[in-house]
Design a binder for this molecule. Sequence first.
Ligand code: PXP
Length: 250
Amino acid sequence: MSAGKKLRLGVNIDHVATVRNARGGAYPDPLRAAKLAEEAGADGITAHLREDRRHISDADIDGLMEVLTVPLNFEMAATEEMQRIALRHKPHAVCIVPEKREERTTEGGLEVAREENRLAHYLAPLRAAGCRVSIFIAADKRQIDAAHRIGAEVIELHTGAYCDAHAEGHFEARDRELEGLREMSAYAHSLGLEVHAGHGLNYETVKPVAAFPEVMELNIGHFLIGEAIFRGLQSAISEMRRLMDEARDG
Ligand code: PXP
């Protein structure tokens, strides 16, 4: 695949479900948010069905598969239960993420190198079912090489450390993280992997990552759902889209 094409925006709707679940009812509905996101220019919808179902539910995944006109990127841990669910739905893409029960969010990338054999076997039926397999990893050559060896088509680089360093005002560390992301995007692309990125991105941090020509998709959730409180979901997404396009064109 070639670098430099239009950058896709995947909108992660997990935290619409977080707000809904705070009251245990049906409002606000993540499916309604997904449809609005489509109208606002999202190129895909991302949802993470966690083992503990703390936000997205099984019924949300059923509904998303029914109503979406853009691709669903189904984030999941590499467990048997999630494999069964993915094989039942056959979403456009599955993104394998590490998951720890006690974490607040996906803290790090997947340790692919340590689990190479298990993951290669795990992914085979998903690939055979036609799902694009993406692996969420740190910008680390060892992990990229392992993801390539186990047959992933896509890697998603974890931008969390870069965004955290920015938020904490550690600008040297932030720039080092950004440089690592830049180098590893180019490296992964040179192996024929499609490169995505995400985690913690906001209006201040998105442009440098969006400017990497090898990055084809950004997945952004928490900030957009938070910003929607102040300006509405469609406006929040349109502004992100504008910044991404500006970074890409300029
Ligand atoms: N990409 C992956 C693989 C993720 O696990 C997450 C968080 O669920 C995101 C992107 C989006 O991160 P955020 O919600 O911080 O924008």
